[in-house]
Design a protein around this ligand. Structure first.
Ligand code: KDG
Ligand code: MG
Length: 403
């Protein structure tokens, strides 16, 4: 029994906002979790401070599953990104504490390593196919064996495309969100052309794939997945909005391109139809948004007998603590597929220390007890919260589209 004595939230902005959660116990241990929700950071921070922390004081930090059930079902209100992000922040801190108490890394508590390292992917993008190719080659030189590719969609009146680094000046502005202008028709022409170029010019061993970012209708997605079939994608990511789970059936009827989905699913229940009907090949929830390791390991276990692999979300807007949690779970999970990663800027690494290391295409975590991450609170205090938003997308006619 180790009683929780304090739950503290630190919101810091070393380049972008992170919501860090510190849980302390009466035996002198502490653990850190991450409850960052990009563009809505103060919502989970407030939920923890105002509503969850008072419930946790005095509870046994060792009873992670009971705390998870208590916070996610006992509250009556279910799921959703804000609640499940807040719960994830607490969950990760509790796993960190459990590891420290046991003197074991979290992957060992989960059942031990099933592999030596987690196959990792990074992002390449560009304004035209040649620029994407050049950026893919740079990542290959760094050792990547799997690479996500995104291309700008150009045309009269269009502005900004999801995932294109050279256009990122459009993003993350302080004040109000930037509005991108995007159209499906030029996008549906650009992506197959990109893969045709890359597959004709790059070695066949390099695995490539693309993130649609939930922008297509079911029939558009089916068309794209079918047109991309000759290029043997590693997977086609998030082709549909999360509301269209059953429409994956339609895509499946038309193509053998492997499908990945899940960064906008917030609990195991939302994952059920696409997994149990084998409508996808990779489930890619965000451990920082779906309730943490406790929910993620169940999602992985549900997926295993259906031959669905994991590909946990790993962008820069969730901090190194979630990335560490990803890799601890990756090392254990038998049906692991691939892990998204970023190289964090030095400023972030000064505030949040430790975290996975990338070597020759794979991610590794240290054998340090817990998650192997820590927070320099004095450094964090030097970077106060700054309001920021994700961009938004509109069509040429001015109507709202999914970003
Ligand atoms: O905050 C939104 C990002 O996390 C998301 O756009 C990143 O789609 C993403 C990815 O696959 O990394
Ligand atoms: Mg994505």
């Amino acid at each position: 029994m180790a009683k929780i004595t304090d739950v503290k939230v630190v919101v810091t902005c070393p380049g972008r906002n992170y919501v860090l959660v510190k849980v302390e116990t009466d035996d002198g241990l502490y653990g850190w979790g991450d409850a960052t929700l990009n563009g809505r950071e103060l919502a989970p921070a407030t939920l923890i401070e105002e509503h969850l922390a008072p419930l946790l004081i005095g509870m046994d930090a060792d009873r992670i599953e009971d705390i998870h059930q208590y916070l996610s079902r006992g509250s009556y209100w279910r799921g959703g990104p804000i609640q499940m992000t807040a719960i994830a922040g607490i969950d990760l801190a509790l796993w960190d504490i459990k590891g420290k108490r046991a003197g074991l890394p979290v992957y060992s508590l989960l059942g031990g390593k099933s592999r030596e390292g987690a196959l990792a992917y990074s992002h390449a993008s560009g304004r035209d196919p040649q620029e994407v190719e050049d950026n893919v080659r740079k990542l290959m030189e760094r050792g990547f064996k799997v690479i996500r590719v995104q291309i700008a969609v150009s045309g009269a009146g269009l502005r900004g495309t999801y995932g294109v680094a050279v256009e990122q000046g459009l993003k993350e502005v302080e004040g109000l969100p930037k509005a991108e202008i995007w159209e499906p028709a030029p996008y549906l022409r650009a992506v197959p052309r990109l893969f045709e170029h890359l597959r004709s010019n790059l070695p066949e061993e390099i695995e490539l794939f693309h993130d649609v970012h939930e922008r297509l209708t079911p029939i558009e997605a089916a068309r794209l997945a079918r047109e991309l079939e000759p290029y043997h994608l590693f997977f086609l990511e998030d082709a549909l909005r999360p509301e269209h789970q059953e429409s994956f059936r339609l895509i499946r009827q038309h193509t053998t391109t492997p499908l990945a989905m899940g960064e906008l699913y917030f609990n195991k229940y939302e994952c059920l139809p696409v997994i149990t009907e084998q409508l996808i090949d990779f489930i890619r929830c965000d451990l920082g948004h779906c309730g943490g390791i406790s929910e993620g390991r169940k999602i992985a276990a549900i997926a295993e007998p259906f031959a669905v692999k994991t590909a946990w979300h790993g962008p820069g807007d969730i901090g190194p603590i979630v990335h560490a949690a990803n890799v601890h779970l990756d090392l254990f999970v038998p049906n692991f597929g691939v892990q998204e990663m970023v190289f964090f800027p030095d400023q972030v690494r000064e505030v949040i220390t430790g975290g996975p290391e990338f070597r020759d295409g794979y991610l590794h975590v240290s054998d340090a007890p817990g998650l192997g991450t820590d927070v320099d609170e004095a450094k964090a205090a030097q970077y106060p919260y700054r309001r920021a938003y994700l961009p938004t997308t509109r069509r040429l006619d001015g109507s709202v589209h999914d970003w």
